[in-house]
Design a protein around this ligand. Structure first.
Ligand code: ATP
Ligand code: MG
Length: 617
């Protein structure tokens, strides 16, 4: 099945169920200043989900262009992209769970539509907790369908809020959802669904907005809505029996071009595959952004675009591609979308001009910058080695656990940015490949200092996205302290930090713990952190000797990197200290500034080490 066929089938199917087909909205949200890009099909429809009347009626369907910068770390796997299309159908106060679920099932399995193997499908529903009830209605509808098709009921998983709940941090409409997964493993699908197994790929999510949350209480919502989203790239892969979205026609022509340019095969090695996926993903996303007239810059959306292009260029160089090349990926990308998104073809000249300009600008300094970065890394590693740190033998994300033993200084990272145009995130990634962290806080300090000295013109240029980003990373930094303290309270004193990685969008945190956390433990940690936030506690910084800090039971994660005098950040009243850590800072002043803390994922990182991804809403 081709992508165009799939997209059309979806829209026609829902049209046959009384839906009006509406066009994709722009990638740049029209009325929402809080986010940079449209992240889901429901995003442009929020006012109508909140009760405003939609001119096209109560049943809508579309294919929406989306950009998710929050998934950038995932890109490189088989099914997370920066740019993707979301197929969706909506009921604005019209039909509800029964129709939504039965139509999802019909579309997925009917031979007229996707005709997927029923035996490879599993679903999840909301299990219920203290605040909200088990979604028995959805469960029973699925049970009926599974029984009728002689499928094991164990394939209907009951999962907590973390997996199966949708709502806004500010309260308002919310409700349970039900997700559909497809088994892409080589062997028979297991009897039951397992959230940890990546071979169960999430393809579709039906959200049921049925409650209104006010002052923590749930009331039934006057207008009940259905909001669904299915990733086109993932659906296309599974329909065609592929376990890799990049092997579908939505990516393969771009990959083939990269193979040709690099003189290497896509599956030459896992590193090659990952590099080619990232390049194809980033340049496709960049092309869609350029098609909406964005330009690379150092602020907000333009900075995201710049990062994507530069990161792709760097991976290209790593694969041995010479000369300016990203523009050579325009032709295959346009070929893929020519019948659907005319804005690409219409803006071809602008896209080409901008890609070439950005790549040339960066290409001039890339090699020198890489050389300089290499020198800095060697120097940092040499210092660490003298202190007894053994650098990892090979580059790669597996060296993550060793990060923090050596570090690039904030000033060095800033120089790479200002002199060679290296986005901070890129320097961080390259350093991590050698097991080195960078001093991100130091980078932001330099960045701010630089802003102060510079004249209005360049100030203008740097303001906006990056400055905001810095505040957000500081918040995440404080949240990490609270979380470590909470983890130790809930799980025990064996918990130590093993590494952390903070961006403006999320916090990733590795810690020692031998087993998967239960959903109650996850909830307890979230609650403890949110309790400290609600108390609006001061975050106090004191300087003292390392011995004093130890005597005060301050947590010190990587002691060897500290001098004799250390800073200790403490949260809580003097009698009841919640968290106390040796740390370079910076931190926010009061916990009340953090917003709501939420754990998105808890998973294994390496033997004896767990990884949490968390966000502040
Ligand atoms: P995952 O847990 O796999 O990241 P999600 O829970 O973030 O998925 P939703 O926000 O529910 O996904 O989005 C609805 C659908 O959109 C998903 O079922 C999936 O098919 C698709 N989707 C979500 N994120 C991506 C992405 N980064 N790339 C491609 N498809 C995506
Ligand atoms: Mg996701």
């Amino acid at each position: 099945m081709t992508a165009n066929e799939l997209r059309t089938k979806y829209l026609e199917f829902f049209k046959s169920k009384g839906h009006t087909i509406i066009p994709s909205a722009s990638l740049i949200p029209e009325n929402d200043p809080t986010v940079l890009f449209t992240t889901a099909g429901m995003h442009p429809l929020v006012p109508f989900l909140m009760g405003q009347k939609h001119p096209a009626g109560q049943r809508l369907t579309d294919a929406q262009k989306c950009i998710r910068t929050t998934d950038i770390d995932e890109v490189g796997d088989a099914n997370h992209h920066t740019f993707f299309e979301m197929l969706g159908n909506w009921s604005l106060g019209d039909y509800f769970k029964k129709e939504a679920i039965e139509w999802s099932w019909e579309f997925l399995t009917s031979p007229e539509y996707l005709g997927l193997h029923k035996n490879h499908l599993a679903v999840s529903v909301f299990a219920g907790d203290n605040d909200a009830p088990f979604d028995e209605e959805a469960f029973n509808i699925w049970k009926g369908i599974f029984r009728k098709n002689s499928l094991p009921v164990e394939r209907i998983a009951k999962l907590p809020k973390k997996n199966n709940w949708w709502g806004l941090a500010t309260g308002g409409p919310c409700g349970p959802d039900t997700e559909m997964f497809y088994w892409v493993g080589p062997e028979k699908a297991p009897a039951s669904f397992n959230d940890d197994n990546h071979l169960w790929v999430e393809i579709w999510n039906d959200v049921f907005m049925q409650f209104n949350q006010q002052d923590g209480k749930l009331e039934p919502l006057a207008q009940k809505n259905v909001d669904t989203g299915m990733g086109l790239e993932r659906a296309l892969a599974v329909v065609n029996g592929l376990d890799d979205n990049y092997k579908t026609e939505l990516f393969w022509p771009i990959i083939e071009k990269i193979e040709e340019l690099a003189g290497k095969k896509y599956n030459a090695s896992p590193e090659t595959t990952r590099a080619m996926r990232i390049m194809a993903d980033h340049i496709k996303a960049a092309i869609f952004m350029l098609a909406e007239n964005l330009k690379p810059s150092n602020t907000e959306r333009g900075y995201v675009l710049r990062r994507l292009i530069r990161r792709a260029v760097r991976y290209g160089k790593q694969l041995g591609i010479n000369g300016v090349f990203t523009f050579k990926l325009i032709e295959p990308t346009l070929g893929i979308y020519k019948e659907v998104y005319s804005e690409l073809t219409n803006n071809k000249d602008f896209i080409e001009e901008q890609l070439v300009r950005e790549e040339e600008k960066f290409g001039k300094t890339l090699e020198k910058g890489l050389k300089e970065l290499k020198r800095l890394i060697e120097a940092a590693l040499a210092v660490s080695t003298r202190k007894g740190f053994v650098p990892p033998p090979a580059a790669g994300p597996s060296s993550m656990g060793l990060a923090g033993q050596g570090r690039l200084l904030g000033r060095e990272v800033f120089d790479l940015f200002s002199t060679f145009g290296f986005p901070m995130e890129m320097t961080k990634e390259i350093a991590a490949e050698r097991g080195l962290e960078i001093d991100e806080d130091g980078f932001w300090r330099e960045f701010k200092n630089h802003q102060e000295i510079s004249k209005a013109g360049s100030e203008q240029k740097f303001k906006g996205g990056l400055a905001d980003t810095s505040e957000q990373t500081v918040k995440y930094h404080t949240a990490a302290h609270l979380m470590l303290a909470a983890l130790r309270q809930v799980l025990g004193d064996h918990v130590f930090q093993k590494g952390s990685n903070i961006t403006a969008e999320r916090l990733r945190f590795d810690f020692s713990h031998p087993e998967k956390m239960s959903s109650e433990q996850v909830k307890q940690v979230e609650d403890l952190v949110n309790e400290q936030i609600q108390k609006d506690l001061p975050v106090v910084c004191e300087e003292m000797s390392l011995e004093e800090a130890k005597a005060k039971n301050a947590m010190g994660v990587f002691e060897q990197k500290y001098g004799k005098r250390v800073k200790v950040y403490t949260v809580g009243d003097p009698e009841r200290v919640f968290s106390s850590e040796i740390c370079g800072g910076p931190h926010i002043e009061r916990t009340g500034q953090l917003g709501r803390f939420k754990i998105q994922k808890e998973e294994s990182s390496s033997a004896g080490v767990r990884r949490i991804k968390a966000i502040l809403e």
